[in-house]
Design a protein around this ligand. Structure first.
Ligand code: NAI
Ligand code: MG
Length: 365
C-alpha cells in the first residue's frame, strides 16, 4: 500500500508554501513512481472559520490514522482576540498531545550557499548538519506543582522540573535510532551537576545506550553545550536534551544557519504498527501575516519538512537526499526569496518561482 500523508496547510503563508510542497509531491509521483496517498484538511484559524473549532474530531482521527501529518502554520491577527480554548494554536497543541509526540527534531543545517547569512564565521557553519532532539511533552513546562502562590507576605512563582525514567527512556531511544541513521554520534545534554532530574537523565540515557553499542555517546552540561554550539557546532551530530534546554538550544542552533524560512522540524511519537513512529512535520516558522498573500514566502522550510517525512516516515532516505540536493543546487544557482537576500543586485523570486526552480533542479537530478 502507498504511504499516506495528511496535509494541514493552516493559515497565512501556510497554504502558500504548502502549494509548492504539493507540486513536489506530484513530481515524485510522476517521475519517481513514488505514489503518496495525500488528503488535506483544515487546522487553526481556517478550521475555526469553517467549524468553530481549531481542529475537528474528524481531522484528529484522520491524523491518528495516517503515516504522517504535514502542517503549514497556524494563527494570525484575525484570531488574536479569540477565546483561549479556540485559539488556532490549540489545534496544533491538540495534535501534539493526542498523538503523544514526545520527541521534537530540529535540524540545524547550513547550505554552503547561505553560509554568509549566519551570525557566525563562514567556516564555522559551512556544511553544518546537526540534529537536536528535544523532549516535548514533559519537564518544567508541565511538571506539578506549578503556579503563583502566596508565601508569607509575598508571592512565589513555581514550576517543577520532573522527568520519569520512562519519559527519558523513550526520547533517548528515539535519539539513538536517529543517530544510527546518521553518523552514530550522540551527545546528551542536561545539568547533572546541579539538578536531580539531570542525574536521572544521564543515568537513563547511559542505560539506553547499552542497547546501541555502535553509537558513540557523550554527555555535556547544557550550558557548556550552548558555548560549544557557538564555538564549533560541527563537533556534534545528534544532540538529545530535555524540554527547557532543548527549547533554548534549538533556537540558538537555528540562528547558526540563517533564515526562519529555511528551517524544518519533525515531532515523533511511539512506533506504529508499521514500526515507524507516529509523526508530524512542520516548518519552524509561523503564519507570517506581514507577508501573507504577497507571494513572498520562502517554501523551503516546508519542502524540507516533507523531505524529513520521506526519510523518517516513508523510508525513502535516497529520495529525501535527492530533494535536499535539489534545494542545495537552487541555492547554489543564486535563486533567492526575499528573506534570503543579502547580495546586492539579486532580484528575489516569488514563492511559486522558488517551487518551479526546485522542480527544475529535481528534473536535472
Ligand atoms: P513568524 O514565523 O510567522 O514570522 C516571523 C518573521 O519571519 C516575519 O517577519 C515573517 O515574515 C518571517 N518569515 C517567517 N516565515 C517565513 C518564510 N517562510 N519566508 C519568508 N519569511 C518568513 O512568527 P510571528 O510573526 O511571531 O507569528 C505570526 C503568527 O504565526 C502568530 O499568529 C503566531 O502565533 C503564529 N505562529 C505559528 C507557529 C506555528 O504554526 N507553528 C509558530 C510560530 C508562530
Ligand atoms: Mg522556542
Amino acid at each position: 500500500t502507498n504511504p499516506s500523508l495528511l496535509i494541514l496547510p493552516g493559515d497565512g503563508i501556510g497554504p502558500e508554501v504548502m502549494a509548492e510542497v504539493r507540486r513536489v509531491i506530484d513530481w515524485f509521483g510522476d517521475k519517481r513512481g513514488l505514489t503518496i496517498d495525500v488528503s488535506e484538511d483544515l487546522v487553526g484559524g481556517a478550521a475555526y472559520d469553517a467549524h468553530g473549532v481549531p481542529l475537528t474530531d474528524e481531522t484528529m482521527e484522520k491524523a491518528q490514522s495516517v503515516d504522517a501529518v504535514l502542517l503549514g502554520a497556524v494563527g494570525g491577527p484575525k484570531y488574536d482576540d479569540l477565546d483561549f480554548s479556540v485559539k488556532p494554536e490549540r489545534g496544533l497543541l491538540r495534535l501534539r498531545k493526542e498523538m503523544d509526540l514526545f520527541a521534537n527534531l530540529r535540524p540545524a543545517q547550513c547550505f554552503d550557499a547561505l553560509a554568509d547569512f549566519s551570525s557566525l564565521k563562514k567556516d564555522v557553519v559551512a556544511g553544518l548538519d546537526i540534529m537536536i532532539v528535544r523532549e516535548l511533552t514533559s519537564g518544567i513546562y508541565f511538571g506539578e506543582p506549578r503556579g503563583i502562590f502566596t508565601e508569607g507576605n509575598e508571592r512565589v512563582g513555581i514550576n517543577t522540573q520532573r522527568y520519569t525514567e520512562s519519559e527519558i527512556d523513550r526520547v533517548a531511544r528515539n535519539a539513538f535510532e536517529l543517530a544510527m541513521k546518521r553518523s552514530k554520534k550522540l551527545c546528551s545534554m542536561e545539568k547533572a551537576n546541579v539538578m536531580e532530574s539531570g542525574i536521572l537523565w544521564r543515568e537513563v540515557v547511559t542505560k539506553v545506550g547499552e542497547d546501541y553499542p555502535e553509537v558513540e555517546l557523550s554527555h555535556m552540561y547544557a550550558d557548556a553545550g550552548a558555548m560549544q554550539l557557538c564555538r564549533w557546532p560541527k563537533q556534534f551530530d545528534v544532540i538529545v536534551t530535555d524540554n527547557l534546554f532543548g527549547d533554548l538550544l534549538s533556537d540558538a542552533a537555528a540562528m547558526l544557519t540563517g533564515s526562519l524560512g529555511m528551517l524544518p522540524s519533525a515531532s515523533l511519537g511511539a512506533p506504529m504498527a508499521n514500526g515507524r513512529p507516529k509523526a508530524m512535520y512542520e516548518p519552524v516558522h509561523g503564519s507570517a501575516p506581514d507577508i501573507a498573500g504577497q507571494g513572498k514566502a520562502n517554501p523551503i522550510a516546508c519542502v524540507l519538512s516533507f523531505a524529513m517525512a520521506l526519510r523518517y516516515s516513508f523510508d525513502q532516505g535516497a529520495e529525501a537526499d535527492r530533494l535536499e540536493a535539489a534545494i542545495e543546487q537552487v541555492l547554489a544557482d543564486g535563486v533567492r526569496t526575499a528573506d534570503l537576500l543579502g547580495e546586492e543586485g539579486v532580484t528575489p523570486v516569488t514563492t511559486s518561482e522558488m517551487g518551479s526552480a526546485i522542480l527544475a533542479a529535481l528534473d536535472a537530478s
